[in-house]
Design a protein around this ligand. Structure first.
Ligand SMILES: [Zn+2]
Ligand SMILES: [Zn+2]
Length: 258
């Protein structure tokens, strides 16, 4: 069984918990840590977990909304960190309790959880995203990508659960208040995924096993929750009951796949 929950998702901070084991206590991975230590501790408690029970911190890329609390949390609780060499090179604070390098084309395991990394087009040094598995069920997490590649689609096929970036509505971004350079960055091939491309990505996948689809990294300025929800519903043939969104303040509560 895999359990997962979000501490919060959006441009102000991202962190996701992934657990395996029947009582949820066997392996506990914190994927990204874009909140301060105090805030991370608070949000973990909201989900019924304490920071000293985290097995590992895994980082997707060096942007501060994903790593700002990682170094301090790792030192305070002696938690090992996994990241690509490129991400380590680009991070300001890499004085971790322990540092392990990820090859973004090679699967590896952290205790009871298998991790299948894959590279994504995003404006960071060596960004990767992951499929997590306990051998029976599979969870895909894709929070930051400018566009999708055939390799990404192969990695995300036949998942049981997917957290997918649904960052912005194209016309809201283009007509919004961001300076032109930032609009171009977000909308570019190595920026973020908009609602329409989230729909298209889903339409390319075999979704026969999918039970949970959660939109993540939803912009508070350039998107509306109903637009993002509509885009995801459209991508899964309007099976609304499996679709939801993560929020910046609350993330989302525990889900299970088995
Ligand atoms: Zn990013
Ligand atoms: Zn991000």
């Amino acid at each position: 069984m895999i359990r997962f929950a979000s501490l919060g998702s959006g441009s102000k901070g991202n962190a996701t918990l992934i657990e395996s084991g029947e009582n949820g206590s066997d392996t506990r991975i914190l994927l990204d840590c874009g909140f301060s230590v105090v805030e991370t501790e608070k949000r973990l408690l909201r989900l019924g977990r304490e920071a000293n029970t985290i097995t590992a911190i895994v980082l997707t890329h060096e942007h501060s909304d994903h790593v700002s609390g990682a170094g301090r949390l790792s030192r305070k609780y002696n938690i090992p960190v996994w990241l690509t060499a490129g991400t380590a090179h680009a991070c300001k604070d890499t004085n971790y309790a322990e540092m392990n390098f990820i090859d973004s084309h090679s699967s590896f395991a952290i205790d009871g959880i298998q991790l299948h990394p894959f590279p994504v087009p995003h404006d960071a040094r060596e960004p990767c995203q992951f499929v997590f598995s306990d051998g029976a069920s599979r969870l895909g997490v894709v929070t930051d990508l400018g566009c999708y590649t055939p390799h990404i689609l192969r990695c995300l096929d036949k998942l049981d659960a997917l957290l997918l970036e649904c960052n912005y509505d194209r016309s809201m971004l283009l007509n919004g208040s961001y300076p032109r350079s930032l609009k171009e960055r977000v909308a570019g091939h190595i920026g973020h995924l908009d609602n329409q491309h989230a729909t298209r990505l889903l339409q390319e996948l075999n979704l026969s096993k999918l039970k949970h689809l959660i939109g993540v990294h939803v912009s508070e300025k350039n998107n509306k929750r109903e637009f993002a929800l509509d885009a995801l519903c459209q991508g899964v043939n309007c099976e609304k009951e499996m679709v939801s969104l993560a929020s910046q303040t609350k993330g989302f509560n525990w889900r299970e796949i088995y």
